[in-house]
Design a protein around this ligand. Structure first.
Ligand SMILES: [Zn+2]
Length: 318
């Protein structure tokens, strides 16, 4: 499916019903100042939130999901974002590749093609972090999916996943991420195509990294700005929009440091709501774009656009 829409990111356009995540290539393209930004779907993956969320009981999780009209085993979107500048074709995160098997995720290359691009055209990849659903798409059958891309990743992040002592210390449910992360990055390290950065860094004109350690040690947000229009790509700041926006204190067992992840969420949600920031979330229902508003002690999501409600073009771009 090809969806295209031009909207003013400053204008909030609430959408009542978000699209349900699906396993089909999807894109959503819009203009951010001089930049062309395209939400690129990797598909979706089922997440047993009642087993994984912490700081909330499984019963409460189930009841909040039901109230939101979701089944308990809600599939969550995996979204990546493509930014076309004058000089670069930049992909923020790569989806899960083969790591979730044939029925979940793994659609980034197909969605890219739907957007009119081949993987070989991507010259830059910015990783929010190294978990499978963000870096798994870097490789296919052990080979680089993006042979012409330099991969940017926070130094603390890559150091962590290559640290065998950290792997040893990690609880059983997080151990598998270490070999997965290493196998996704190794072909790019071998080809000298990995570039690390530390802390807040201007990586390209209008593209800045913002450290948000917690979910992982080098979890990074990317602030994109062009001609006064702004977009914050917040990676895994929120996994369950139905629960963690109203209850930002709820963490998830994937967090390397749950209290730090909660602190980052509280900080970023507050400033994003106060500044009416346009957000691109990796796991908010595709295309993952919207604004936050304060609601009680938490926040409500206002989708700027959804694939269902946007002006759709059914034919693929030539
Ligand atoms: Zn994720």
């Amino acid at each position: 499916m090809y969806h295209s829409s031009i909207f003013n990111p400053g204008v909030v356009a609430p959408v009542a019903a978000l699209t349900s995540p699906s396993q089909r290539p999807e894109i959503f393209r819009f203009q951010l100042g001089a930049l062309e930004v395209t939400a690129i779907s990797d598909g979706a993956v089922e997440v047993p939130f009642e087993k994984l969320l912490t700081g909330i009981s499984p019963e409460q999780t189930t009841s909040l999901l039901r109230q939101a009209g979701k089944t308990v085993r809600v599939p969550i979107s995996i979204n990546t974002f493509l930014i076309r500048t004058e000089q670069h074709l930049i992909l923020v995160d790569t989806g899960s590749g083969d790591l979730f098997g044939p029925n979940a995720g793994g659609l980034v290359e197909d969605s890219l093609r739907t957007a009119g691009y081949a993987a070989t055209q991507v010259d830059t990849i910015l990783l929010t972090h190294v978990h499978a659903d963000h870096s798994g798409g870097l490789v296919k059958h052990g080979q680089r999916t993006f042979p012409n891309a330099k991969v940017y990743v926070e130094a603390a992040e890559i150091n962590y996943w290559f640290d065998l002592q950290e792997e040893e210390k990690a609880p059983a449910h997080r151990k598998h991420s270490f070999p997965q992360g290493r196998s996704s990055l190794q072909p790019y390290l071998d080809a000298a195509q990995v570039q690390t950065f530390e802390g807040e860094t201007i990586l390209f004109p209008g593209i800045r990294s913002i450290p948000a350690p917690g979910h992982t040690p080098g979890h990074t947000l990317y602030a994109i700005e062009s001609e006064g229009q702004k977009l914050l790509l917040w990676g895994d700041l929120v996994h369950s929009e139905e629960i963690q926006l109203a209850h930002p204190e709820v963490a998830i067992k994937f967090d390397s440091d749950e209290p730090a992840a909660v602190r980052q969420r509280l900080k970023v949600l507050a400033s994003a709501a106060d500044e009416n920031t346009l957000i691109g979330g990796a796991h908010i229902a595709f295309p993952g774009l919207g604004h936050l508003s304060r609601q009680g002690s938490g926040y409500a999501w206002e989708a700027v656009a959804s694939a269902e409600k946007s002006s759709c073009q059914t034919e693929k771009p030539q």
